[in-house]
Design a protein around this ligand. Sequence first.
Ligand SMILES: Nc1ncnc2c1ncn2[C@@H]1O[C@H](COP(=O)(O)OP(=O)(O)O)[C@@H](O)[C@H]1O
Ligand SMILES: [Mg+2]
Length: 308
Amino acid sequence: MKAISFQSITKQYDSPKGSVRALSNVSFDIEPGEFFGLLGPNGAGKTSLISILAGLSAASDGRVTVHGHDVQKDFAQARRTLGIVPQELVFDPFFSVRETLRIQSGYFGIRQNDDWIDELLHNLGLTDKAGANMRQLSGGMKRRVLVAQALVHRPPVIVLDEPTAGVDVELRQTLWQFVARLNKQGHTVLLTTHYLEEAEALCSRVAMLKQGKVVALQRMSELLGASTSNVLKFKIDAILPEILAAKARVTGRIVQLPASNAAEIESYLTVLREAGLYPEDVEIRRPDLEDVFLEVMARGDVPQEFVA
Ligand SMILES: Nc1ncnc2c1ncn2[C@@H]1O[C@H](COP(=O)(O)OP(=O)(O)O)[C@@H](O)[C@H]1O
Ligand SMILES: [Mg+2]
């Protein structure tokens, strides 16, 4: 039995202005107990795929099962198996945190759930907010409640759609510790995120979507090991010469340049020297997930606009 099975999923949104093909023939399986990353630029189709998985929107073609339950034909069973943390913050502002979680428990027919609710509140750093109304909470706190809400019925499969977008570092760490522990206890996790460092640290396997198509599906270790190029990394205070700027990933003073061999590294350093620039903290490292992601997305002839 697969935890999740996407079988030839196609999704088309039709409107009077025309139609958008958000997903084309997407197929892959997630095994029970996996920590799986679904990555891709904005608009790649990640949320569309998760909405279909959640049974919230119907695929134009294809089929999804969760623990063998078809998400359309066997909605109740599939829904019970899933805990979904949606990308959008949706909640009722008039209920307190605890009420919100009790109502969600009731929705799954669970009556006495306060022990588990207390444990969720504790693990998500929400204990002192239990009595607060949802509208009084900051964005980060609301996000924590959404996570708790997804978990009230102890679902074996947990799906998180950009759970750390716009969230502070502390919550990110609290959340990842908790989700990693649930995964160790046997829960399957499907995660989408723009934070590729987080995905690299957490996920054992990933799929990359580009314009609604699967363009990579691999174990994390294979994905990182397969790249033939290394990365030249250094710090610099000046503006980079144009020829390097075109190839570089620049974050403040940190510059990172993919280099397929020693000669290329030498040529980069020569360009800097001839421009009278002196890089500091020079190192050569293996590519990380962000490098691989950029490489995969740059491949092929499909024009891309994306946020990494
Ligand atoms: N309800 C909708 N109606 C029309 N187009 C949509 C709708 N939802 C998403 N899309 C389009 O489908 C594509 C994929 O979007 P989405 O699934 O949200 O991607 P991602 O989550 O990867 O950013 C985008 O082109 C988006 O504009
Ligand atoms: Mg999305």
